[in-house]
Unconditional design. Structure first.
Length: 97
């Protein structure tokens, strides 16, 4: 599956603004801009959420959620390492008695 090129935030904002003001359909506008209709629809939906016109997670909330999930993963890995180290040290201490 080919990877889509990253679009700048400015490009996305302008595309969303065009979709709201141009009167053209999303499919037509997406074709003119050279993006997929799905991407443009996602940008418009996210802009509505960020602007308070729709319910859902804002971009900032999504970023925070992504960061927190990464942090939880790291903490879980660290906890597993500490569990193994504690078990090893407990066994080692018993063998020295």
């Amino acid at each position: 599956m080919p990877k889509t090129p990253p679009y700048s935030e400015a490009f996305k904002r302008e595309a969303v603004q065009l979709s709201k003001t141009s009167g053209r359909s999303l499919a037509q506008l997406a074709s003119e801009l050279g993006v997929s209709r799905g991407s443009l629809a996602n940008w418009v939906s996210q802009a509505d959420v960020d602007g308070g016109q729709a319910q859902g997670l804002t971009t900032d909330e999504r970023d925070e959620l992504r960061r927190l999930r990464r942090e939880v993963k790291v903490l879980a890995e660290e906890r597993e390492i500490l569990k193994k180290a504690a078990a090893f040290l407990a066994r080692d201490g018993e063998s020295r008695r």
